[in-house]
Design a protein around this ligand. Structure first.
Ligand code: IPE
Ligand code: IPE
Ligand code: MG
Length: 266
């Protein structure tokens, strides 16, 4: 079903008016993909696409903040991305460091808490330094949470959770019977966040690529061919409109919109 067809002619304000403020996702997760292709189609080095993608990150953060979406989680670097050419990894790290330094005033001004998930210790020391700075400076901010998944893998996160949970069980922190889904969720790095309601992936790829595997059990998935550097405020609004047309059932049956008509007897 193509919900967004016919919306091309609408202005951003008209799109905004189509969004029901009472049915917004609380948590949006994004796989920002397609930076390399964006650059390659322009004959530019891949890093130019990563640079351009930063403006799309700003747009997504601003849209969430303005609409009142509490949590935004963006996948910036996966565990698997370490296997990319060293030059690209290095440039990505420099870009990240620059982003953290530059965005701090805006995060403070808008009371956005910054957090990271992933195996951060693998990142260069200077990046870790800026991450810790940003996390501690923004820790009391309460308007929104911006989480960046860095050196992140959903399976690695589950492995880490299992190991911690096992240790706590061994030490008798709680009995075996109390282990349930909610408790496992508390051992994940997203323990303080609601599960994502909406996951957006750009660039036309329709896979999860090891992102938030546990947390996305019932997330609505939105795939768009738009490359991440082209995915701006308007595209984000279109994704929200599409989301609001979904019927989330969580495995249950659809509630009939009208009372059933009585079957006429005789
Ligand atoms: C996403 O863009 C950013 C990262 C994974 C760091 P890509 O770099 O994967 O771009 P494509 O998919 O090669 O076009
Ligand atoms: C997923 O994109 C990871 C990030 C966006 C950080 P990739 O480009 O690395 O994923 P694959 O290789 O297409 O699955
Ligand atoms: Mg990619």
């Amino acid at each position: 079903m193509k919900i967004n067809s016919g919306h091309e002619a609408l202005t951003d304000d008209q799109l905004l008016a189509l969004i029901d403020p009472t049915r917004l996702p609380r948590h949006v997760a994004i796989i920002m993909d397609g930076n390399g292709r964006w650059a390659e189609t322009r004959g530019l080095p891949r890093i130019a696409g990563h640079h351009e993608g930063i403006q799309s990150v700003r747009d997504a953060v601003t849209a969430c903040r303005e609409l009142g979406i509490y949590a935004l989680t963006i996948y910036a670097f996966s565990m698997e991305n370490w296997q990319r050419p060293q030059d690209e990894v290095k440039e990505l790290m420099m870009l990240l460091e620059g982003y953290l330094q530059k965005e701090m005033p805006a995060l403070m001004e808008h009371r956005i808490r910054f957090k990271t998930i992933g195996r951060i210790h693998r990142l260069p020391d200077s990046v870790v330094h800026w991450i810790r700075e940003a996390e501690s400076a923004t820790s009391a901010n309460d308007q929104m949470v911006l989480t960046i998944a860095l050196s992140y893998g959903g399976r690695a996160e589950i492995v880490d959770a299992i190991l911690k949970l096992y240790d706590d069980l061994q030490q008798g922190v709680f009995p075996r019977e109390s282990v349930d889904e909610a408790l496992v969720g508390q051992y994940l790095t997203t323990a303080d966040l609601p599960d994502p309601d909406l996951m957006i992936r750009t660039s036309g790829e329709t896979r999860i690529s090891n992102f938030l595997l546990w947390q996305m059990a019932y997330t609505e998935l939105y795939f768009t061919p738009t490359l991440w550097p082209d995915f701006r405020r308007r595209d984000f609004l279109l994704a929200l409109i599409d989301y609001q047309h979904r019927e989330r059932r969580f495995g249950q049956v659809k509630t009939p919109p009208h009372p059933r008509r009585k079957v006429r007897q005789g």
